[in-house]
Write a protein that binds this ligand. Structure first.
Ligand SMILES: *Cc1c(COP(=O)(O)O)cnc(C)c1O
Ligand SMILES: [Zn+2]
Length: 481
C-alpha cells in the first residue's frame, strides 16, 4: 500500500443515543435523539474490520502518514480510519489544524511544580484554540452533505463562550457558499480578541444578555424547530474531530501512554469526552496496550462535574450549577451538554484502567491565575484554561493523586493572547471582586514611558536618539564597552 495515498477503507457511521440506546444512520445531521432527547456519540459499525490488522500495523500507518503530502491527511485526518471514514478527500477541509506541538515544561517551572509535565499547545491551531479540531470534522461532514443533497443555503449556528464561534466562523468563511455562519454570544462574556474573530471572518454576530448556558438553550430551540446546522458539541461530528488530540499525544510519546496523566479543563465537557473516546478506540485496536490516566479540571466557580464525582459513588446525582464569573471563561458552564457522554466513557475508562484512571479535581480562581502567570513567565503560552490545568496538576500532587514517576500532559486549550485581558487585570490589580483573585503585585509588569512627547518635539532626530538611549542607559545602569 502506498501510504501517501488516500485510504480506500470506508466505515459506516451511526448515531448511538446515550439515553435510550436508539441508533440512527449517520447520513443525515442529527443532534439529539428524536425518541428521548438524549445526546449521541457516533459509532463506526465497520470498526471491527480495522481489527483485521494489529496495533503495530496502525502505528506504522500513522507514523508514515506524518510525512504525507496529501493535504486531506495532513491534519486531524492523519487518523482518518479512527475519525469519520465516510468522508471523501474532496470533502475534507484543512486549515492547518491539529498536530500541535507538545512542549516539555521549562526546567525551572518543572522543578517548582515537582512533577515532569508538558503542555500540548492547542492554542497553535488556526483560530487559536482546540475547537478547530472539531470544526474541521464537522465542516468536512457538512461539505459532504452539501455535495450529496445539492443544498443551496445552509445556516450554521452556535452558542459560544468565545472559541467555538471563532472556529465556526473561520471554517464557514473558508468553505463559503452555500454555508453561512451565525454565532450567538453572551454579551460581555467573551474576550475582545474572541469577539474580533467571528467579526473578522464575516459571520453574523448576535449577542444576548446572560451567560453561555442561556445562549445554548436558545440555539437548541432554533435547531429543534428551524432549518439550521448546529455547531455546538451536541453535534457529535465535532467530538470525532477532537479525538485527534488523544491520537497525537499517543503518537508523540511513541504509542506508550501508560505513564501519562492527561489534564483537561472541563466546560461543556465535549473535549474530555473526545479525549477519553480517542484513547479507548486506540486501546480497542491494540494501538496502545494501556490507558493513560485522565484528570478533568474545574474551577470552583463552575464545577458541576467535579461535584458529581466528589460524592461517594452510591449517592452521586447529576445537578447543574449556577456559575459565577471565572477567569477560565471558556469553561464557565454550569450545565455541560456532554455530561452523559463523560459519565458513560468514565465508566469504561475505570473498568479498564482501574478506579484512578479517571478523576476530576477542583481549583480556585486564584490558583488558575497564579498558575497561568507562572507558566507564561517561564516561556509557555497558556491561556487561563491552560493555567487551570497546571493548577489542577498542582492540586493533584498536593492530594497525592499523582506519583513522581508519572508524566503529565496539560491541555493549553487556547492561545494566551485570547485571554490577555485577565493578565492585564492581574498586573494592574483590577479584578472585580466577584473573581476573588488577589494578584501577587511583585509580578506586576507594566510598560514604562521613558520620555514625554514634548521632549521628542523639542529635539532633532539625532539628539532625540541620543537622549532616548541615555535614558535607557540610566535606567538599566549599562556599562560602556
Ligand atoms: C471550549 C473551551 C474549553 C472547554 O471545553 P469543553 O469541551 O467545553 O469542555 C476550555 N478551554 C478553551 C480555551 C475552550 O475554548
Ligand atoms: Zn434516545
Amino acid at each position: 500500500m502506498n501510504m501517501t495515498e488516500f485510504p480506500a477503507y470506508r466505515g459506516a457511521m451511526e448515531y448511538v443515543c446515550l439515553g435510550c440506546g436508539a441508533r440512527h444512520a449517520g447520513d443525515e445531521l442529527l443532534y439529539t435523539c428524536p425518541q428521548c432527547g438524549g445526546v449521541f456519540l457516533l459509532e463506526n459499525t465497520r470498526f471491527s474490520a480495522l481489527k483485521e490488522h494489529d496495533g503495530a500495523y496502525w502505528r506504522a500507518i500513522f507514523d508514515e502518514r506524518a510525512a504525507t503530502r496529501v493535504t486531506a491527511l495532513r491534519g486531524i485526518f492523519r487518523y482518518y480510519e479512527l475519525l469519520a471514514p465516510i468522508l471523501e478527500p474532496e470533502d475534507i477541509v484543512y486549515l492547518g489544524e491539529g498536530i500541535t506541538p507538545i512542549i516539555e515544561a521549562a526546567p525551572a517551572l518543572r522543578d517548582s511544580v515537582g512533577i515532569d509535565f508538558a503542555y500540548k499547545n492547542d492554542g497553535q491551531n488556526p483560530s487559536a484554540s482546540f475547537k478547530d479540531r472539531g470544526m474541521a470534522c464537522a465542516f468536512s461532514y457538512l461539505k459532504s452533505l452539501v455535495r450529496k443533497h445539492g443544498w443551496k443555503d445552509v445556516l450554521t449556528v452556535c452558542a459560544s463562550t468565545g472559541d467555538t464561534s471563532a472556529a465556526a466562523a473561520l471554517y464557514a468563511s473558508y468553505v463559503g457558499a452555500p454555508l453561512k455562519s451565525v454565532v450567538l454570544l453572551p454579551h460581555g462574556k467573551v474576550t475582545p480578541q474572541q469577539l474580533s474573530q467571528p467579526l473578522g471572518s464575516g459571520a453574523t454576530v448576535l449577542e444576548l444578555p446572560g451567560v453561555f448556558d442561556d445562549c445554548m438553550k436558545v440555539v437548541e430551540y432554533l435547531a429543534d424547530k428551524y432549518r439550521v446546522a448546529l455547531l455546538n458539541s451536541k453535534n457529535s461530528w465535532r467530538i470525532l474531530g477532537q479525538e485527534s488530540y488523544a491520537y497525537e499525544v499517543a503518537q508523540w510519546y511513541g504509542w506508550d501512554v501508560s505513564n501519562l496523566c492527561i489534564f483537561v479543563p472541563v466546560g461543556n465537557a465535549g473535549n474530555i469526552t473526545a479525549v477519553m473516546s480517542g484513547f479507548l478506540k486506540m486501546y480497542d485496536l491494540g494501538i496502545i496496550t494501556r490507558l493513560p490516566r485522565v484528570f478533568g479540571v474545574q474551577s470552583e466557580h463552575a464545577d458541576p462535574v467535579y461535584r458529581y464525582y466528589a460524592a461517594p459513588k452510591a449517592s452521586r446525582h447529576w445537578q447543574p450549577v449556577q456559575v459565577s464569573p471565572s477567569v477560565a471563561q471558556a469553561a464557565m458552564i454550569g450545565n455541560p451538554v456532554s455530561f452523559p457522554r463523560v459519565a458513560m466513557l468514565a465508566e469504561k475508562f475505570i473498568a479498564i484502567g482501574g478506579e484512578k484512571a479517571f478523576q476530576v479535581v477542583q481549583v480556585t480562581e486564584q490558583q488558575i491565575m497564579d498558575a497561568m502567570i507562572a507558566a507564561n513567565r517561564k516561556g509557555h503560552i497558556a491561556c487561563t484554561q491552560g493555567g487551570e490545568c497546571l493548577a489542577g496538576l498542582m492540586n493533584a500532587k498536593a492530594l497525592g493523586l499523582i506519583a513522581s514517576h508519572e508524566h503529565a500532559v496539560l491541555d493549553a486549550t487556547a492561545h494566551a493572547l485570547k485571554f490577555s485581558g485577565f493578565q492585564d487585570m492581574y498586573f494592574s490589580n483590577t479584578f472585580p471582586p466577584e473573581y476573588t483573585v488577589q494578584p501577587d503585585t511583585s509580578l506586576a509588569n507594566r510598560p514604562e514611558l521613558l520620555l514625554s512627547a514634548d521632549k521628542k518635539q523639542s529635539l532633532d532626530a539625532q539628539a532625540y536618539t541620543e537622549c532616548a538611549a541615555e535614558a535607557i542607559v540610566a535606567k538599566l545602569g549599562l556599562a560602556k564597552k
